[in-house]
Write a protein that binds this ligand. Structure first.
Ligand code: BGC
Length: 475
């Protein structure tokens, strides 16, 4: 297929990414808002450059050269093929809640699912690692007892949605915490080992941790059950990340014996994209401020541009600046507007819904809730900021997906997606479809919502792990 020259793509992008102009009565306010947002808007040229940088980081990461992308081998060389059978447990840890799930598979199909949510308080998320894992083991035991399965040997797939160095399918060394977690003593340790030890300390169940995986991996695997063309897994939720099926011969990091694998899932860990400075040309003062307000500073650059934990916060710091300059809310902030985290990404989705519908009171209601007195222009400005920030996220995600599609060289790829941001934002998906098409011309793809990949996918990965164990023992 002939490649489309960059300057042509840049021209098309520049006309395609324009958001609807801000409509306010007061020209001074209009100019102030535009000036404040000028660097948040991405030009076609910048987008293409981001794609080039991402492609180069992917290439370096896969060759184990210094890169902000881990490109981690997950050691999952195959997707479900309909032979998965039996009872499996999944433990899904990544957000502020975690879940235990019991899955029964018959011929690869889910015939029974029991789920229980457990809350993890801040003292658990930010504190001593042993305490966290003891709590996880306590919940495993509680769930197994509730299911009347204490005497049964149960294989468990552990979805641990944080960056790990994987030395095998059941070894995951935590690189750094992200999102709302920070238990420093776990960093550099094997999360599987810690969970196994905690389960053994209790000694009241027969649970065997057979695989550790990332939520993107679970999403890809679950997506493959829904659509066999699935070859990319994407999470756009509190955090963000993607994984894809890579040709095994291209993968250098392989710590276990190879068994003639043709492909393997690679966990990109794209949240850290730019941590080495390669994305500094995108960074605005608002992004710097968001980073400074975050739990773990100077890390997860890309995630802080695009994910649910941070998008609302970007809007908040922009509004804070506009209040200071007397452009919005009559120059008066409220206590909530000055509180980091108070403007959530769910607000951004609701405000975007007003813009999409052309009517609606979400924006006004949210501003009231935040204790802000707003006029008509304020409302238009807040809607505009949410649009610009959301649009930037859509572009950033799309350009990276386009690079993957071009790299994979498959005729047709389904991208399995999950995550609260993707599900609740009213037009992220529409923008992504449009931008990916422009950035990867001629590539056939679709975005498929694969709900609960981190739960169902963990059960499926546990089943694959058992199949592999059996096969390797026989050979
Ligand atoms: C983690 C990833 C995860 C993503 C989505 C990021 O913060 O580093 O491992 O896949 O969040 O949950």
């Amino acid at each position: 297929m002939a490649t489309v020259p960059n300057d042509h793509i840049i021209r098309i992008l520049d006309s395609a990414i324009r958001v609807a102009p801000l409509q306010v009565e007061d020209n001074w306010r209009l100019q102030q808002v535009e000036a404040a947002l000028s660097l948040v808007h991405l030009s076609g040229e910048k987008v293409v450059k981001i794609g080039e940088v991402f492609r180069s980081e992917v290439e370096k990461g896969i060759h184990e050269q210094p890169s902000s992308l881990q490109m981690e081998n997950t050691y999952i060389p195959e997707l479900p093929d309909g032979t998965e059978e039996g009872l499996f447990l999944a433990l899904d840890l990544g957000g502020t809640n975690f879940r235990m799930i019991l899955l029964e598979l018959e011929h690869g199909k889910l015939i029974r699912e029991e789920v229980k949510h457990y809350h993890i308080g801040e003292d658990m998320r930010i504190g001593c690692g042993e305490k966290l894992f003891d709590y996880l083991a306590e919940c495993v035991s509680d769930f197994v007892k509730e299911q009347n399965l204490t005497g049964t040997t149960l294989p468990l797939g552990f979805t641990f949605s944080f960056p790990m160095i994987q030395k095998a399918l059941d070894i995951g060394i935590l690189v750094t915490w992200t999102k709302s977690f920070n238990c420093p003593s776990v960093v550099g340790r094997d999360a599987v080992q810690m969970l196994r030890e905690a389960i053994h300390r209790r000694g009241d169940t027969h649970v065997e941790v057979v695989a550790v995986l990332n939520d993107t991996t679970g999403t890809l695997v679950q997506g493959a059950v829904l659509d066999s063309r699935t070859a990319i897994g994407l999470i756009l939720g509190t955090g963000s990340n993607a994984c894809y099926l890579e040709r095994a011969d291209k993968v250098q990091h392989w710590e276990v014996q190879r068994h003639g694998e043709k492909q393997v899932i690679i966990d990109i860990e794209w949240g850290a994209f730019g941590d080495n400075g390669v994305l500094d040309f995108v960074k605005t003062d608002y992004d710097r401020q968001v980073d400074q307000n975050s739990l773990i500073k100077n890390s997860f650059t890309f995630e802080k541009y695009i994910s649910g934990k941070y998008m609302g916060e970007i809007v908040r710091v922009i509004l804070q600046k506009l209040v200071k300059d007397g452009v919005v809310f009559n120059g008066k902030a409220s206590e909530k507007l000055l509180t980091s985290g108070a403007f959530t990404t769910s607000f951004v989705s609701l405000i975007e819904q007003d813009t999409v519908d052309g009517v609606g009171n979400n924006t006004k209601d949210i501003l009231d809730k935040l204790g802000l007195t707003s006029d008509e222009d304020d409302i238009e400005i807040v809607k505009y900021i949410c649009e610009v920030v959301s649009n930037r996220a859509a572009l950033l995600v799309s350009v990276c997906l386009a690079v993957l599609l071009k790299r994979m060289d498959r005729a047709d790829v389904t991208i399995a997606v999950d995550g609260s941001l993707f599900k609740h934002h009213p037009r992220l998906k529409t923008w992504m479809n449009k931008y990916i098409k422009l950035l990867a011309p001629g590539k056939k793809f679709r975005l498929l919502l694969a709900e609960d990949g981190s739960g169902k996918g963990a059960g499926l990965v546990a089943a694959i792990a058992l199949k592999l164990q059996k096969r390797f023992q026989e050979t």
